[in-house]
Write a protein that binds this ligand. Sequence first.
Ligand code: S3P
Length: 425
Amino acid sequence: MQKVVKKDFKSFQGEIIIPADKSMSHRAIIFSSLAKGKSVIKNFSDGQDPNSTLRIFQNLGVNIEQTGNTIIINSNGGLEQYKFPLDCGNSGTTMRLVSGVLAGQSFKSKLIGDESLSKRPMKRIIEPLTMMGANITSNDNKAPIEIYPTELHAIDYISKIASAQVKSCILLAGLRVKDGITSVSEPFISRNHTEILLKHMGADISVEGTKVSIKKSELRPINIEIFGDISSAAYFMATALIIPNSQITLKNIGLNPTRTGIIEIIKKMGADIQILDERNVCGELVGDIKVSYSELTGCEISGEIIPRLIDEIPIIAVLATQAQGQTIIKNAQELRNKESDRIKAIVSELQKTGADIEETADGMIINGKTTLKGGCEVETYNDHRLAMSLYIAGLICKNEITVNGFEWANISFPTFEKLINELKA
Ligand code: S3P
């Protein structure tokens, strides 16, 4: 779908509720399916990715009912074989976390994904699961993945990358290991929703620095209302920051420090941002964010903060075009393994709009402030974060732009454009 984006507003004003967090929606479905009893999940994401996870657990025999955004799960704590391939769609989180769940089962499963997911690296989970004793075949360490029944044993795994998907996969496999402690360490801390929610549901899990350890545990069902996704909120923060006279309030946002790298960076760039009404939901920090147009300056983004803002880098690149001076993003080579090669993709498409941006091996360098001239077509590379970031870039282009493949935004944020339009003043 082609989407024409143009400057048909003066500024952005008002208050919106940001839709449910994608990472939490996946985890709520997976963990509730493994917990014996009735779980209630309110404000479940309407993105396509969490719905891929939901359908998979229905296929695995779990009783899951959906009324609007409320999900009721009645589980006996066990899963049943599904004779057909389990379709993870575009979702890396689904494929990697579900592999951890299926590795220790007494039945065979096959996981498949769409074209983009089928190109993404799965060695990062196949390797540790195999060390645990899993019997897995794949297409040269990519999907489709076939998982055969075996019994797993505990390992102490040191991951070379900071990845919540890898960490969660190993912890979910470790949850089923009869004896011993399964541990996973990572170079920097990645998002820790798995640790927090599993603990909340009664798992025997402990954290020491960047090492997480788990023992076989029975999970208790949950009653949870999922908070708003900071990765979705990021597009709106950026809009308010770069469009003169804007001021918006984003309600009910997850503020877990393993996700708030974006807030730390925009503060460093000079953003006028306030966090209001902080509260706690199932062990997670939640609050509202008020953000206003600001004169930004460039900065360096590298090291431990990268996993805490990994999904926000495409929109940070857009922001940086409007910041005075140079923004250097380093140590972000993991971006090349996302739904698209996000370094190559955002650099090439922002260049078309007139941005001064260049690719480096592990990131990018942006010089600002630049007036984006637009008047071009940009590509989304089947990637939701590209679709939304380029749409926001379109709002500040002098001439309208056409975003090809804008429908990919539905992967995480089907109401994105509707909410943008509600804030136009
Ligand atoms: C996610 C972890 C991150 C992130 C992805 C969601 C999760 O991936 O990019 O959008 O929910 O665990 P990695 O673990 O591969 O860094």
